[in-house]
Design a protein around this ligand. Structure first.
Ligand code: NAD
Length: 432
């Protein structure tokens, strides 16, 4: 099949590469000329494990190309995916301006029947808005499909190639058939392709992200209570998660959720519910718990040191989660901002996000080449992102580099016993 994918971000680039990998001819379009140039030079604009190899292979084999020329790409394609950002608007709603402007551009370029697929996360009713925009621009026949994406950054290729399920909102038979055909190679292992109405498909994505965010905030509150009553949240988490009705994933307490999706999707869901005069009370709590959780590591430091002025703090991890360079809404940002405002010096290390962090903090913090360099002369270490390489450090080396052996672990990478043995003062989440 000939496919155009508009938007070469985390979703569009991965989707385009994976559709090419299954034998389709894919043209990826972005309005960001620098990004397209980077991709055409064989470089990656983002870090995502396995992506570079799959892009290289499919470019070499002529199935994948990149352009800024949307009309030319759309004319070639039978299916056009919209995978552009839907950032949070000022009132918390999803900003659909990029989606609708791409829909208009696609419509103007149409030269026959096309399936226009919305892959961006969009509120219920957007497929209708997209159809209205297209209808206002062209008399060519078309179908609009809602196909929300459930991939996780850091495991995006794996998730796309072997999805738990594929959700397709399609309301006519022709589009349904085309989409089933397109996704058939990705569901050989039996994952279901769920075909439904567009409204349900659109809502399913928000409900899934809101549920995951709820689990995180719930466990963060459990952890906070553990600290007050002298329980160990790791023991509690294991006991709770072994109940098959609950399951073990997404029960890890920490420093709050971040990223480009959960915060904005929780807000957008509350917003479109409120437009129907429905107050989504659980999500209000999920959000406020998350905001508090992002301040906890700093509060623990203040408790330990009193004043942070003049202190040097090592930070391990800047990305909002491991295996990505994405720092959108990362918990490291409010922590480092609070430290700088309090007059502390920050020495940070992240395996992939340094370039992105420089765009946020500039030279207000020091970026080190490895995690040990960040510890030199530090009064304490804050662990913010659970990169695998932080899990088994050389503790004596850490201790010898630090001015004081104090660790604030926002991801519970170590056990209190282990840290005591190594002579650290150790503060973690839900275990004090
Ligand atoms: P992103 O910000 O990484 O990428 C969006 C891309 O679209 C950018 O490269 C931008 O230049 C391009 N773009 C914007 N307007 C354009 C236009 N008019 N023409 C051409 N290109 C244009 O975004 P993302 O993280 O890939 O997310 C895209 C959508 O997918 C969002 O709705 C998001 O909520 C959803 N989503 C994201 C993830 C994730 O993990 N990032 C997972 C599932 C769903």
């Amino acid at each position: 099949m000939k496919i155009a994918v508009v938007g070469t971000g985390y979703v569009g680039l991965v989707a385009g590469a994976c559709f090419a990998e299954s034998g389709n001819d894919v043209i990826c379009i972005d309005k960001d000329a620098a990004k397209v140039e980077t991709l055409n030079a064989g470089d990656m604009p983002i870090y995502e494990p396995g992506l570079e190899e799959i892009v290289r292979r499919n470019r070499q084999e002529g199935r994948l190309s990149f352009t800024t020329d949307l009309p030319a790409a759309v004319r070639e394609a039978a299916i056009a995916f919209i995978a552009v950002g839907t950032p949070q608007g000022e009132d918390g709603s999803a900003d659909l301006s990029h989606v609708l402007s791409v829909a208009r551009e696609i419509a103007r370029a149409m030269n026959g029947y096309k399936v226009i697929v919305d892959k961006s996360t969009v509120p219920v009713g957007t497929s209708r808005k997209v159809a209205d925009v297209i209808r206002s621009e062209t008399s060519h026949p078309f179908s609009v499909v809602s196909n929300p994406e459930f991939l996780k950054q850091g495991a995006a290729i794996e998730d796309f190639m072997k999805p738990d399920r594929v959700v397709i909102g399609a309301e006519d038979e022709q589009a349904r058939r085309i989409m089933l055909d397109l996704y058939e190679p990705f569901t050989r292992t039996g994952a279901p392709i769920m075909v439904m109405d567009c409204a349900s498909a659109e809502l399913a994505k928000y409900a899934a992200n809101a549920m995951l965010a709820t689990r995180i905030s719930f466990m963060n509150e459990v952890a906070n209570v553990c600290e007050l009553v002298g329980a160990d949240v790791d023991q509690v988490r294991k006991a709770v998660g072994s109940d098959r009705r609950i399951g073990t994933s997404f029960l890890f307490p920490g420093v709050g959720y971040g990223g480009s999706c959960f915060p904005k999707d929780v807000k957008a869901m509350m917003h479109f519910a409120s437009e129907k005069n429905y107050e989504f009370k659980i999500l209000e709590a999920v959000e406020s718990v998350n905001a508090c959780q992002k301040t906890r590591l700093f509060a623990k430091m203040q408790q330990q040191f009193g004043d942070m002025k003049g202190r040097t703090v090592a930070v391990w991890g800047l990305a909002f989660k491991p295996k990505t360079d994405d720092m959108r809404e990362a918990p490291s940002i409010p922590l480092i901002t609070a430290l700088l405002e309090a007059g502390a010096t920050v020495q940070a290390y992240d395996p992939e996000a340094t370039r992105v962090a420089k765009g946020i903090f500039g030279d207000r913090i020091t970026y080190t080449q490895n995690n040990y360099d960040a510890l030199k002369g530090a009064d304490c270490l804050a662990i913010v992102t659970e990169w695998n390489e932080f899990r088994r450090p050389d503790f004596p080396r850490m201790k010898s580099l630090m001015r004081e052996p104090i660790v604030f672990d926002g991801r519970n990478l170590f056990t209190p016993e282990q840290m005591k043995q190594h002579g650290f003062r150790y503060h973690s989440i839900g275990r004090e």
